[in-house]
Design a binder for this molecule. Sequence first.
Ligand code: 16G
Ligand code: ZN
Length: 528
Amino acid sequence: MDLDAVTKQSALHAKPDGLTLQYGTAGFRTKAEHLDHVMFRMGLLAVLRSKQTKSTIGVMVTASHNPEEDNGVKLVDPLGEMLAASWEEHATCLANAEEQHLPRVLVDISEKAAVDLHQDAFVVIGRDTRPSSEKLSQSVIDGVTVLGGQFHDYGLLTTPQLHYMVFCRNSKGQYGKATTEGYYQKLSSAFVELAKQAFCSGDDHRTLKVDCANGIGALKLAEMKHYFSQGLSVQLFNDGTKGKLNHLCGADFVKSHQKPPQGIEMKANERCCSFDGDADRIVYYYHDADGQFHLIDGDKIATLISSFLKELLLEIGDGLSLGVVQTAYANGSSTRYLEEVMKVPVYCTKTGVKHLHHKAQEFDIGVYFEANGHGTVLFSKAAETKIKQLAKESEDEKRKAAKMLESVIDLFNQTIGDAISDMLVIEAILALKGLTVQQWDALYTDLPNRQLKVKVADRQVISTTDAERQVVKPPGLQEAINDLVKKYRLSRAFVRPSGTEDIVRVYAEADSQENTDSLAYEVSLAVF
Ligand code: 16G
Ligand code: ZN
C-alpha cells in the first residue's frame, strides 16, 4: 500500500471537518455535496475487500428513491449480495476518519481483516442517473486506482444490474455474461420461453404501463424491451426526459401515498407498475371502473409468486421446501393468507434486504419481499440441480412443471430484488394463469394501514427486538403501545428507528382506515 500516494490523493477528496456518517441499511446516503470523500474512501475499501475475498467487488453510486439532490454508495460482495456486516463497520470507520488518520485506519482494517496486500484487486462500478453520480463515481475510481486496483466502469446501470455483473464475474460466467447484453438476453429468453406456454393456452399479446420514476430503469427498459417484445409490450412513463427523479412518481411515492404517480395515463382496470429510482423495487396498481385506486404491493407480489411456485412444486412432487420471508411492515392479511390459506411457512425479519435475503437462503426455495416492493426468490444449489434433472428426465406434466421452474430460476435476479426481473416474472405468471389484475388483487383484502414519521431528538433511544415488532427501550413505551392497540379490532402497531432517515417510523393496522389513523396518531404521541 502506497500510503503517501493515498494521503496525497485524499487531499483532493478531503473530508469536511466533523462530518460523521454511518454505513446503514442501504450504505451511505446523504446530500450529494457531502459525499466526495466517502466515494474516494469506498474505492479504497473496495480494493481491500477485493484482495481479501480474492474476488471482484462492486460499488454502486445511487440513493435509490431519495430526492435527486441526495446520493449514496453501497458495496456489493462477491456473490452479488450486500456487503458483510463486519465490513460495514470498516466502511463507517474509514468514512469518518479525519484526513491525518486515514493511512492508519487503512492499515488497521487490513490487519483486522487479514487482507493479503499482494493479492490483485478488481472492482466494478455502476451509477444511477443523478446529476451528481458521474463525478462521484469518478471519485470511487480515484480511490480504486491509488491502491493499485483494476476496475471496470459500467457507467449507467440499475442497482440490480450491478449486483448481477458482480456475481457473473465471480461465478466465471456460470450465472450469465457480465454485460448488459448478457443480462437482457438471459432474462428475456427465460421470459419468452414462459410466455410461449401461456400463448399456447390462448392469452393475447400483453401490454403494461411502467412508471420509471424518471430514473435509470427507463434507460435500461428502453434498451431491453425489444428483447422480450414477443411476449410483452411495455409503455414507458416518467422516463426522465421531462420530470425530476422520484418527484411525485416511482414505487416509493406510490406505496407511501397510496395513490398513482403523476405523469401516467391510467384507464379503468388497466395494469400499471412503478419502479423506484434505481429499479430495485416494483409495485403494481390500477383504477377500477369507479375510479378507485388499488395498490398491489410487495406482499401481494410475494403471494402471487409463492402460490405459483407452490403449484409447480406440487406438480414435480419432490419435497422441496418453500418459505416466505417478510418484515413487520407486511400487511396482516397477507401473512394470514399465506399461512392459513396457502399453508406456506412465513418468517419475519428486521427491515433491510440483507436480513430477508439471509433468511430466504435457509429454504430450497426462499421467497422474500418487503411490502415496499423490494424482493426476489432464491433457489438453493440442491433445488436447482434437482429441477434441472427433472426437466431432462421426467415425463409429461412433471417435466413441463420442471421446465417452467427452470425458466423461472433464470428469470429471477437471485442476487437482489430487481424491478425489471420481477416485472417479467409477474407478467409471465399472470399470463400463464390467465389472471387479470383484479383477480390478483382479490386474493385477499389488505387491512387498512398507516405509516407516520416522528421527529425526535435522538432516534437511537428507541431499540427493538422480535424483528422490530417490540420495543425494549425506552422502558414503558411497549406497554403504552400495547394498551393503545387493545382499543381496536384486528389491530397491530410498532415503532422503529429508521435506518435511512433521522426519524422514528410508526406503523399501524386496524379494521377501518379511521381506526388505523387514530391508532397511528396515538402511538406517535406515545413516542415523544
Ligand atoms: C433501505 C433498504 C430497504 C428498506 C429501507 C428501510 C436495502 C437495499 N434497502 O432502502 O430494504 O426497506 O431501507 O428504510 O436494504 P428505513 O430504515 O428508513 O425504514
Ligand atoms: Zn431502490
